[in-house]
Design a protein. Structure first.
Length: 386
């Protein structure tokens, strides 16, 4: 089974600052996953600019398949050095995971060591020291396994509680123990761990962070695949083949559209059951159908779901707790890594604007807008029209 690097990146800025001096940037290419966390010296605007410059240089060079050692040398040679303190204006941690064998390399430059957990237990992979431009660089390499969890973090996490609730701050060992305890609860995604760590960090600072604090969590797991079937096809003769492919697709299956649901039900020799209690004033109810994980109405529900994704900024925790069709559809999309849309092009005249050409479908435009937003968030999305 193909493994997927589920990445969650979270940060809080120093109290009183308008910008966070820590910056995180991730990228996925066909042959690698790249994660960079940079901590600008100090805080505020200057720190943010330097950290942003660092992450941009590293990610662009790694995406161009420049060797990691050459990348590090370039960045160290580019970054200015504080004359009084003799330290770099920006530190960084870089993780590169190669596909499909999941071999990895982690490089730390004046940043806290990465944490690697296997089966919920902290590992201690070998780290070697190399000198680049008279600076010590720490490198660890290996191969990740399913269920492994990796943390990259800035020293703002380690310093949490310093002079507030702890004499010497939270510290690397205590953070690692905290992550271990959270992993014992078998989190479903990396976000559950990183959110927990950052919430504890904020609490230890007494709600007034004394430094920028950031964390990246990488959980290696099976890909969450989702297929969304919406709208009847133009040609009724194609219905059987489309339904068969949909029902045999890998992963979770969602239908958006009452007519579409009835087409699938007819080919299954059954009927859609409606859960009236899930209906709200602005969202039609959820339906139940054998072999389908979620069945919703089409245009209205998809439009409401799109509003929810934008209002919650794609954060699952910020979704409403209601069990209505739009919220359930948003959760399906947010928890999926690979999403395939099957979009029927037969137009429902009830929703179609008479001023539009018959070739301009409201459904198609909704799907296009959604795909654009999902691609921006790093989702792997494909679409086929029928």
């Amino acid at each position: 089974m193909e493994l997927f690097a589920d990445i969650s990146e979270l940060a809080i800025k120093k109290h009183g600052e308008s910008l966070c001096g820590d910056q995180i940037k991730t990228a996925r290419t066909e042959n690698k996953t790249i994660v960079v966390l940079s901590d600008g010296l100090g805080s505020g605007v200057k720190a943010s600019i330097l950290a942003t410059l660092t992450t941009e240089i590293i990610v662009r060079m790694l995406k161009a398949d420049v060797g990691l050692a050459d990348v590090v040398e370039t960045v160290i040679g580019t970054l200015p050095v504080c004359k009084s303190r003799k330290i770099a204006y920006s530190t960084f941690a870089v993780m590169e995971i190669l596909h499909p064998d999941c071999t990895y390399k982690i490089v730390n430059f004046d940043s806290p060591p990465a944490m690697l957990f296997r089966q919920g237990q902290l590992m201690h992979p070998d780290r070697r020291t190399t000198r680049i431009r008279d600076r010590d660089i720490f490198v660890s390499e290996g191969r990740l396994e399913r269920g492994d969890f990796v943390c990259l973090l800035s020293d703002g996490i380690l310093h949490a509680g310093l002079g507030v609730k702890m004499n010497f701050g939270w510290g690397w060992d205590n953070v690692a123990q905290h992550v271990e305890r959270r992993l014992q609860q078998e989190p479903r995604c990396a976000w559950e761990v990183t959110h927990n760590v950052l919430a504890e960090t904020y609490s230890l600072y007494g709600g007034r962070p004394g430094d920028d604090a950031s964390i990246v969590g990488i959980l290696l797991r099976a890909q969450n695949r989702l297929t969304i079937l919406t709208g009847p096809p133009l040609e009724r003769a194609e219905e059987a083949a489309i339904v068969d492919r949909f029902l045999h697709a890998e992963g979770r299956k969602v239908i958006c559209g009452g007519t579409t649901g009835n087409i699938v039900a007819r080919h299954l020799g059954t009927e859609v059951e409606v859960e009236i209690r899930t209906m709200t004033s602005d969202v039609p109810p959820v339906g139940q159908l054998t072999g389908v994980d979620l069945l919703t109405e089409g245009i209205i529900t998809m439009s409401k779901m799109l509003e929810l994704l934008q209002s919650c900024d794609f954060d699952p925790a910020a979704l409403p707790s209601d069990r209505n069709a739009a919220v359930l559809l948003a959760r399906e999309i947010l928890t999926a890594d690979v999403i395939h849309f099957v979009v029927g092009q037969s137009i429902n005249e009830f929703y179609q604007n008479p001023e539009f050409s018959k070739h301009i479908s409201i459904r198609k435009n909704l799907v296009r807008e959604l795909i654009f937003l999902l691609n921006q968030r790093g989702k792997d999305v494909t679409v086929e029209y029928c």
